[in-house]
Design a binder for this molecule. Structure first.
Ligand code: PAP
Length: 331
């Protein structure tokens, strides 16, 4: 549904009937079971029918703060490696969030289809929406979807910091709620594009049913063995590394180019992105596994442990590292 004046009114009407909550200082509405930023709703609805994916299209999906920026850099580098050597990569001068646009926020900003020129061939787009909300063309074509999942407490802490950095940057009078409040919402499933268990399980089940179309990755696996995960990713995308490339150290070069240490310090990534409200650097914070121990109490961690166990029971999906409740947890 393209947004016209009358559909705009319909969306306004629809939104006014939906449950609404502020999450970290930003209004969200619950639409068909999922909590979307109010701002994203027109794009989510519009893109479902209008986003045209063909079978070469690559989609990066994941809940916010689970590793999308990293995946954008890695996938761009993998599929375009014959056009751009790591030393002349566009990543050196363009923020990964600009290089790879979001379906709901960029392609369909305010619900209106935008003309976006992409440097990548094939084109790559990202989304936070649950599998059931993906544009129809992604499901019917054989587009490849790469889903990135992250330990819930690390994603929670990361999101909270992200919102704080935006508020600080914009000197807004609206405050991000204390992390305890966000934690309570999180456990109720009131979280961006969540409940997390529904978002994650939707893609997990799709990856089990259609492994040729949906690849399920984790932030923690990428941190632990990036060489292996990069090879896995490249093969899934149809751009496998040759033994010569491997011997020449190309996989390592891509990994280094896309590392947080490198991207964080590039001049291009210091600028403000996303319609001048988000400082580019706020996409690169610590990039660690287990930082949650520095922000959540042992009892909060225990609560999340139980929730995760309960929600993912019987799915076959196991979070590798059981959430650890002491400050000795790092990797
Ligand atoms: P998004 O949902 O807004 O796209 P996303 O990129 O998914 O954000 O997540 C940001 C997190 O990934 C940050 O985690 P942190 O707050 O725990 O530090 C960010 O630091 C981390 N990150 C960004 N780029 C990289 C990278 N190249 N390698 C590892 N982690 C990264």
């Amino acid at each position: 549904m393209e947004i016209t004046k009358s559909s705009e009114n319909k969306i306004d009407k629809l939104v006014s009937c939906l449950p609404q909550e502020n999450i970290c200082g930003r209004p969200f509405v619950q639409y068909n079971g999922t909590w979307f930023p109010l701002l994203a709703i027109p794009g989510v609805i519009s893109s479902q029918e209008l986003f045209q994916a063909d079978e070469s299209e690559i989609i990066i999906a994941g809940l916010p703060k689970c590793g999308t920026t990293w995946l954008k850099a890695l996938i761009f580098s993998i599929v375009n490696r014959n056009r751009y050597q790591p030393t002349e990569s566009p990543l050196l001068s363009i923020h990964p969030q600009i290089l790879v646009p979001s379906i709901e926020m960029d392609h369909f900003r305010d619900g209106l289809p935008q003309t976006i020129y992409q440097l990548s061939r094939p084109t790559i787009s990202s989304t936070h929406v649950p599998y059931a909300f993906l544009p129809n063309s992604i499901i019917t074509s054989n587009s490849r979807v790469v889903y990135v999942c992250r330990n819930p407490p690390d994603a929670l802490v990361s999101y909270w910091h992200f919102r704080n950095s935006i508020m600080k940057h914009n000197n807004t009078s609206v405050q991000v709620e204390p992390i305890e409040e966000f934690f309570d919402q999180y456990c109720r499933g009131v979280q961006p594009y969540g409940p997390l268990w529904e978002n994650i399980l939707g893609y997990w089940n799709a990856s089990v049913e259609k492994p040729e179309s949906v690849l399920f990755m984790t932030y923690e696996d990428l941190k632990e063995d990036s060489m292996f995960q990069l090879k896995r990713l490249a093969s899934f995308l149809g751009f496998p590394f040759s033994s010569e490339e491997e011997a020449q150290g190309l996989i390592q070069e891509i990994s280094t180019l896309c590392s947080i240490g490198n991207l964080k310090n590039l001049e291009a990534n210091q600028k403000v992105v996303h319609y001048s409200v988000v400082p580019g650097t706020s996409y690169f914070r610590k990039g660690e596994v287990g930082d949650y121990v520095n922000h959540l109490t042992p009892s909060m961690i225990e609560t999340l442990n139980k929730l995760v166990e309960e929600k993912f029971a019987g799915s076959g999906l196991v979070f590798k590292s059981k959430l650890i409740t002491t400050n000795s947890a790092s990797e």
